[in-house]
Ligand binder design. Structure first.
Ligand code: SF4
Length: 340
C-alpha cells in the first residue's frame, strides 16, 4: 500500500457519519492552561467547538491529525453553535487570553458561519485581551478578518498550521493541502489586517529520522520567524485514526524524544528573532506522546514549559539524564538504518 492510499483509506474510516454524530449542542472540551501575555504569566481559557471539522481531513488529511473524530459529520447550525458558546461562557472566568479551536478552521463558513463567528468574538470582547483561533491559510482574507476585528476590542491572534517551511516535508510527509508559500502569504495578509500571527511547527512528521526532524524544525523557525509573532513547536503525539498511528502500530514510528524538543528550543532560540518560541507538548511523557526514558520526563517537561513561558532558554542547557546519550546515539545511528 502506498503512503497516499494509506492516507486516503485512514481519512475515509475516521470521521463519524451524520447519523451517528455526537451532541451538536455541546463543545468538545474546555480547560484553562498557563500562558504568557505582554510578558506576564496569565491563565488562558481554551475551548474546542464541535463543527463539521476540517474539509481537508475528508479528502486526505494530515498524517498526524485525528481531529476529524471530534467532529459532527455535518455542519453545526447557528443555534447549535450559539448553545455551545452559551455553555462555554458558563465555564469562562474572565481569563485574559482565550483560544477557540474547531478541529479545523474557525474562518471556514462550513464550520462556523460569519454571524456565529462575530457573535463568539463579541461575547469575549471587553473581557479577554487576546483571542486566538486557528485557520487554514486560504480562509485568512480581509472579508473574514475585518468583521472580527471590528467586533473584538482586544488583539486577534490567528494561528496557522504551517508545520514545516520545507515544501517537500509539508507535501509528502505531513500531507498538507498547500505549500509553505501560501502560509507565508496568509501571515503577511493577517499582519496587514492588524492581527497577530502564530505558526505551529510539527516536530517529527513520519518518514523523517529524529535528527532530520530536529533540523527541519530549526530551519523552519529560521524561515518563519520574520513572518510570525509566535512560533509553537508541536512534537507529534499519536492520535487515533491517523497515518502516524498505523505506522506506530507497525513499529515503524516512535514519537519524538523530549531531548529533541529541548534541542529544537535551544537551537531555535538563536533563529527566532523577535518571535516568541514556545512548546507545550501534548501527551508528554506518555508512550503515544513525546517522551524520554520515563525517569526524567517530568522534569524535562517542566523545564520546557518554564522556558516557553519566560523565553529563557539557557535553563535548558543544564538538563541531563542517562538517557540523553541514548538519544544522541539514536540521532546518529538512525541515519545508518539502525533502530533506536
Ligand atoms: S492538521 Fe489542520 S489542515 Fe491538517 S487535517 Fe488536521 S485540521 Fe485539517
Amino acid at each position: 500500500m502506498t503512503a497516499e492510499s494509506l492516507a486516503r483509506a485512514v481519512a475515509r474510516d475516521r470521521r463519524p457519519g451524520p447519523a451517528s454524530g455526537p451532541d451538536a449542542s455541546r463543545f468538545v472540551n474546555a480547560w484553562v492552561e498557563p500562558e504568557s501575555l505582554d510578558g506576564a504569566r496569565v491563565r488562558a481559557f481554551v475551548v474546542i467547538l464541535r463543527t463539521r471539522g476540517c474539509y481537508w481531513a475528508d479528502q486526505k488529511g494530515c498524517s498526524m491529525c485525528g481531529y476529524a473524530r471530534d467532529t459532527l459529520g455535518r455542519s453545526a447550525t447557528p443555534a447549535e453553535l450559539a448553545e455551545q458558546l452559551r455553555r462555554a461562557l458558563g465555564r469562562y472566568r474572565d481569563e485574559p487570553y482565550v483560544k477557540v479551536y474547531t478541529s479545523g478552521s474557525f474562518l471556514d463558513d462550513r464550520e462556523v458561519g460569519p454571524a456565529s463567528r462575530e457573535a463568539l468574538v463579541r461575547a469575549f470582547s471587553g473581557r479577554a485581551r487576546r483571542l486566538l483561533f486557528e485557520t487554514l491559510p486560504e480562509f485568512a482574507q480581509e472579508a473574514t478578518i475585518a468583521p472580527l476585528r471590528a467586533a473584538f476590542s482586544g488583539e486577534l491572534e490567528v494561528a496557522l498550521g504551517l508545520e514545516s517551511a520545507d515544501p517537500v516535508v509539508l507535501a509528502r510527509f505531513v500531507h498538507k493541502n498547500a505549500p509553505p508559500s501560501e502560509y507565508f502569504a496568509a501571515a503577511e495578509r493577517l499582519r496587514r489586517l492588524g492581527a497577530r500571527t502564530k505558526a505551529y511547527l510539527l516536530l517529527k512528521p513520519p518518514y523523517l529520522t529524529e535528527a532530520e526532524a530536529i533540523d527541519d524544525v530549526v530551519r523552519s523557525i529560521d524561515e518563519a520567524a520574520p513572518r510570525f509573532d509566535a512560533l509553537s513547536v508541536n512534537p507529534v503525539h499519536i492520535q487515533g485514526g491517523t497515518v502516524v498511528e498505523v505506522l506506530f502500530r507497525r513499529g515503524r514510528y516512535r514519537p519524538p524524544w523530549l531531548w529533541s524538543v529541548v534541542e529544537v528550543l535551544r537551537a531555535g532560540a538563536r533563529h527566532r528573532g523577535a518571535a516568541r518560541l514556545v512548546s507545550f507538548p501534548t501527551a508528554g511523557g506518555l508512550a503515544r506522546g513525546p517522551h524520554n526514558c520515563g525517569v526524567c520526563d517530568r522534569a524535562v517537561l517542566a523545564a520546557i514549559e518554564e522556558a516557553s513561558l519566560d523565553q529563557r532558554f539557557e535553563a535548558l542547557d543544564g538538563l541531563d539524564c542517562a538517557c540523553r546519550s541514548v538519544w544522541r546515539a539514536a540521532c546518529r545511528l538512525e541515519a545508518a538504518g539502525v533502530e533506536a
